[in-house]
Design a protein around this ligand. Structure first.
Ligand SMILES: *Cc1c(COP(=O)(O)O)cnc(C)c1O
Length: 464
């Protein structure tokens, strides 16, 4: 499989290069040159298979020609073997025709593990085959950092440096990162804000000498391999609820649009998806887009669902590319408008195509707490503050009650004890591995908010 950039001016690459590159050289995002198909017979053949087997089958066409092609089934078995629920991604019934797809049974209790556990193994495999090393540098305000660290810990040929704003992440989230005992993991507590951390990461990547010398890389959600791995659980849920014979609707709590774009990819492959419903918190740029056809940037406000506090959704660019019939020049123009004026309007034909499948609804913090309380009263379930935003959007926007609806649960409620407590009066009991981070010693280095200090620290601590 070859991959093309959404902006049409970067070289076409194979899977391994796309994995290591992340962003395309023209600033665009990579997408497969054509969408592989899953026929009705293919879907029927997946019934009764394990999650790892479904994963290997769904992803096979995307890694065709890669050095890891033959090892894909083994890598899937290894990655998902670490998950704690035997189903890996269990479905739980919430209402007459509504299900929760629990995507929090990985090592860090959030859905990012479903992609990152595999991507960590992919990196290791490709780097070994090429005899090269990379240095992963990232900034985190919470979830992403721990999922990336768990994915890369103890992997040959990788060093990972994750910066968090000192004193500004929750204790659980900090400890999930800093109690990992692995020689290739380096936590930096920066004397600054999350934005300062991000600025330093950007400055390091902009320093070409440093970037080349250390082979800097990122594992952010614009990496195609992460989207690819997320397609799997859409297929998995749908075959359990009757696909290919029945259509399914999905409701997805959304930030950067990576998760729900994977649902779109499943749709393009032939999965019978009726609707993709997007939930936003008070940072509702996507809901405003679905309502108006215009994407307009505003400031970010903190919310009860911090992993969805975004200013722009980077992966939306991939959907634009499809809606504009793969016209990279048109996508480039929209992205330039966004950069220069903080706004673009989608052409009516493209907007109509998007609207035929997608819709979105917002939920503010008060609504989030109320919805958590109501769900708890009705079902006894504790739902985390991100997942409830998706459930709510599904309930508000889905009008066809005959089609099963799956709401994606993106985090374990115990990762957000304060939000749950503010909604229902008591915090959820943490699962044993999450509780254990409070008994382990932490390892991190405090650094000044200074790019030179961070650069020196990284140079001094890379393994090779
Ligand atoms: C990252 C994250 C999201 C948002 O997912 P996107 O792919 O960025 O849309 C939602 N919920 C949780 C818990 C997350 O960690």
């Amino acid at each position: 499989m070859r991959y093309v950039s959404t902006r049409g001016r970067a070289p076409t690459l194979g899977f391994d290069d796309v994995l290591l590159a992340g962003l395309a050289t023209d600033g665009g995002l990579y997408v497969p040159e054509q969408w592989p198909t899953l026929t009705a017979a293919d879907l029927l053949a997946l019934r009764g298979k394990s999650y790892a087997e479904v994963a290997a089958r769904v992803m096979a066409p995307f890694v065709a020609g890669s050095v890891l092609e033959k090892d894909l089934p083994r890598l899937c078995a290894q990655a998902y073997g670490r998950f704690t629920h035997p189903a890996v991604a269990p479905l739980k019934q919430l209402d007459a025709n509504e299900w929760l797809l629990e995507l929090f049974h990985g090592p860090t209790f959030a859905f990012k593990d479903y992609a990152l556990q595999l991507v960590g193994l992919f990196f290791e495999h490709v780097l070994k085959a090429r005899g090269s090393r990379i240095t992963i540098v990232g900034a985190t305000s919470g979830d992403t950092g721990s999922a990336a660290i768990e994915a890369c810990r103890d992997r040959a040929n990788i060093d990972i440096f994750i910066m968090h704003p000192s004193g500004r992440t929750s204790e659980v989230q900090r400890r999930q990162m800093t109690t990992v005992d692995a020689a290739n993991v380096h936590n930096i507590a920066l004397a600054g804000t999350f934005d300062d951390c991000q600025d330093i990461v950007k400055a390091l990547f902009a320093d070409t000498t440093f970037r080349t010398e250390l082979n800097l890389s990122a594992v952010n959600s614009i990496n195609w391999a992460r989207i690819m791995a997320q397609i799997v659980y859409y297929v998995w849920a749908a075959i359990h609820l009757g696909a290919p014979d029945r259509k399914i609707t999905f409701a997805v709590p959304t930030g950067n649009f990576g998760n729900v774009f994977a649902g779109y990819a499943a749709y393009r492959m032939g999965l019978p998806i009726a609707k993709l419903i997007v939930g936003s918190n008070r940072n509702d740029i996507l809901t405003r887009y679905f309502e108006t056809g215009a994407m307009t940037v505003e400031g970010v406000q903190p919310s009860l669902s911090p992993s969805m506090d975004i200013q722009v959704s980077s992966n939306f660019e991939r959907l634009l590319f499809e809606a504009y019939d793969r016209d990279g020049a048109a996508v480039s123009r929209l992205m330039d408008q966004l950069k220069q004026g903080g706004r673009y309007t989608v052409a009516p034909a493209a907007h109509a195509k998007i609207g035929a499948l997608f819709s979105g609804a917002r939920l503010d913090d008060e609504g989030t707490k109320k919805a958590m309380r109501e769900l708890h009263d009705a079902t006894g379930e504790l739902i985390d503050p991100h997942s409830v935003v998706g459930i709510h959007a599904g309930r508000v926007l889905d009008t066809d009650r005959s089609i099963p609806r799956v709401a994606l649960a993106t985090a374990h409620p115990a990762k957000f004890p304060d939000a749950v407590k503010s909604a229902i009066g008591s915090a959820p009991p943490p699962p044993a591995p999450l509780a254990a981070v409070f008994n382990r010693s932490e390892r991190f280095t405090e650094l000044a908010n200074d790019v030179d200090a961070v650069r020196r620290f990284i140079r001094a601590n890379v393994s090779a």
